[in-house]
Ligand binder design. Sequence first.
Ligand code: ZN
Ligand code: ZN
Length: 262
Amino acid sequence: MNETNFSDPTIFLATTFFTFLAIFFRYVILAGILDLVFYVFLKDKFAIKKISTKPRGKKILVKELVWSGITSLIFAFTGVIMLILWQNGYTKVYIDLDAYPWWNYPLSICFFLLIHETYYYWLHRWMHKPAVFKLVHKAHHESITPSPWSAFSFHPLEGLLQAFVLPLFLLIYPMHYSAIVLLLVLMTVSSFINHLNIEIYPSGFEKNIIGKWLIGATHHTLHHTKFTANYGLYFTFWDKWMHTESAEYQAVLERFKKSKLK
Ligand SMILES: [Zn+2]
Ligand SMILES: [Zn+2]
């Protein structure tokens, strides 16, 4: 690994290109599978748990694919920059599990998620200021009814504002390389669940000690349809503390509870 010099322009461009392909096709494959499973094969089963019933426009999928392609390129670029920084010893990423106490492994993941949540909540509130919204965040809200295809559909400026957080964290806080992979999986799964437009958590989950603090499809779809509430990323605590949680959130979940599908 250390023999490959990622700073070499040709290797840098080739690595960025192949990383981009990996990120973009991972998105296309996962979104495609979720689309088929939830909107085609199990369409009738989950119809009752659908949150926004507003039809998605014909052009939105193409827009989402283009924005997601650009986001994938930004993520690939920051990933390779990170690889160079790691290769030159600038990051706190470690390979030997014994380099830090075992508890640093779960702690580093939890710590990052809390920092990321706080950063994103306030960034998101700022991105909803009219002047900023038009330039930075409108692209994501073009998907008024979200779908798995919306999960990475961001304007490049928003993509950049999101992409640098993990690299910056890794310059400061020690994290095992496999914990980074696990974190990226968690981030991806969370984004797909939240944009599914179908509530997949069981009825009453929002009252559960874990479910209470976890954002799901209902929470985030209400953000896409209403624009004025539910700014959180993974967790509900900032929205609860700052009283920005949608008043409709519990009502929609109650409606689902009355449906036969538990
Ligand atoms: Zn928003
Ligand atoms: Zn969204």
